[in-house]
Design a protein around this ligand. Structure first.
Ligand code: GDP
Length: 424
């Protein structure tokens, strides 16, 4: 049985908290795409953690955590993340790394940085963790799989081939020093030794686990609107954050997938470049940003201030539809308790018309939000455990959005901690 947790919007919806919560009832948690470019914030009995590469099941000792073949594996970042957990009292988690996952090279990270510098104001808001150069190489077939780290000749040969082009670009386009192949081989072989006990055929492992009736949880990173095909191209990431891609990136089959949990915030937040129709500028935005999340809306990986805005039902309905969400989890509902009235974007206005279907990027850039005002509840709802104990206007807010996005909201999160969740 495969459950999937994905983001309905631009990322940072609170998936980490939901995964940490559902991991308790799972046997395996799998990361299937992306790399150390996004972060999940998790607050539990060990403290507050920002996970970038590790699956969110690492706090549960009985859970296997899998890095699937679709992930961009930065080995050094992974080891330092593991270290930061164990040094704070978290027992060493059970971690398996796919032998088919590909390795993030130091030059991928450098190229990402150099390219953003070169593009200047035309950049795409990269987190500069090497993601775009990594996936470009993977699909251009000049990447390196983890299994290839353990054959010296293959490793050296692959790097020699890749470095001809890399060094040409480094020296001539970016005016930086070339990469030395021997130094890189030695560095990678050192890292490979450290992860060796965790490397295996995770696809086989997952198929066996599934056959034995185990519960497998796939954990997506970012959200629908960052998908290279269905998102706001070119302001997207380089791997698919869709549940549909979960099968490929993790190594399970579509027929094993059952529940798809789509996570959305009770308002909107977006880090990175690109059109964001409900973006709030000025004091209103500053206030929502300050009150949002567990300590304001700042990126878990970059520390960048996130743009914030009112709930966008047009983008979210689309986001849930493309993910195939069987249910929706609404997080950060407690954040809105200070407002007299809460605007919800129910349509976009563009070229003199109102539309309710999410358009492609050039049209989206011209869209203006059409708001409907909902009454606020003006109370702190943290600590409430039962849905019916929420103020009437708060329930009305949830139920209005549920109708607008055409998917059932079964869980409402009213605080950043693991236990702050209301089931409906
Ligand atoms: P993810 O990448 O989807 O896991 O999201 P992030 O962890 O980057 O961002 C979500 C932010 O919201 C984090 O700061 C969480 O601690 C916080 N958070 C999650 N759920 C809630 C909630 O219900 N209320 C509040 N106030 N904060 C929440």
């Amino acid at each position: 049985m495969v459950h999937t947790i994905v983001g309905a919007n631009w990322g940072d919806e609170g998936k980490g908290k939901v995964t940490d919560l559902l991991a308790e009832k799972s046997d395996v948690v799998v990361r299937f795409q992306g790399g150390a470019n996004a972060g999940h914030t998790i607050i539990n009995e060990y403290g507050k953690f920002s996970l970038h590469l590790l699956p969110s099941g690492v706090f549960h000792q009985n859970v296997y955590n899998v890095i699937g073949p679709g992930v961009a594996l930065n080995i050094e970042a992974l080891l330092s993340e593991l270290d930061s957990l164990t040094s704070r009292g978290v027992p060493m988690p059970k971690l398996l790394i796919s032998d088919r996952a590909q390795v993030m090279m130091p030059y991928h990270v450098d190229f990402d940085k150099f390219e953003e510098e070169r593009l200047g104001k035309n950049s795409f808001g990269s987190t500069k963790s090497g993601i775009a150069p990594f996936y470009s190489d993977k699909y251009a077939k000049v990447g390196l799989q983890v299994c290839q780290l353990y054959d010296h000749d293959i490793l050296r040969k692959r790097l020699e081939i890749a470095l001809v082009k890399k060094n040409c670009l480094l020296e001539n386009l970016y005016h930086k020093p070339a990469v030395d192949v021997d130094a890189l081989v030695a560095y990678l072989e050192g890292l490979a030794e450290k992860i060796k006990p965790m490397v295996c055929d995770t696809t086989l492992f997952l198929h066996k686990a599934n056959k034995e009736g185990k519960t497998i949880l796939l954990e997506g990173q970012l959200g629908t609107l960052r998908d290279p095909d269905h998102g706001i191209y070119p302001y997207v990431t380089s791997s698919s954050p869709l549940a549909g891609f979960g099968c490929v990136g993790a190594g399970v089959t579509p027929r094993d997938m059952t529940d798809i949990y789509c996570v959305t915030k009770a308002y909107s937040s977006c880090v990175g470049a690109g059109p964001f129709v409900t973006r709030l500028e000025g004091a209103e935005g500053d206030e929502l940003r300050r009150r949002g999340g567990d300590a304001g809306e700042y990126g878990a990986t970059t520390g960048r201030a996130r743009d914030v805005g009112w709930f966008d039902a047009v983008a979210t309905r689309y986001g849930v539809m493309v993910q195939g969400g069987t249910e929706v989890v609404m997080t950060n509902l407690d954040v809105l308790g200070y407002l007299d009235e809460i605007p919800v974007c129910v349509a976009y206005e563009v070229d003199g018309k109102q539309i309710t279907d999410f358009p492609s990027t050039p049209t989206l850039m011209r869209c203006k939000p059409v708001y409907e005002m909902l009454p606020g509840w003006k109370t702190d709802i943290r600590g409430i455990k039962n849905y019916n104990d929420l103020p009437e206007n708060c329930r009305k807010y949830v139920e209005t959005i549920e109708k607008l996005i055409e998917a059932p909201i079964h869980m409402v999160s009213n605080g950043p901690r693991r236990d702050e969740i209301i089931y409906r």
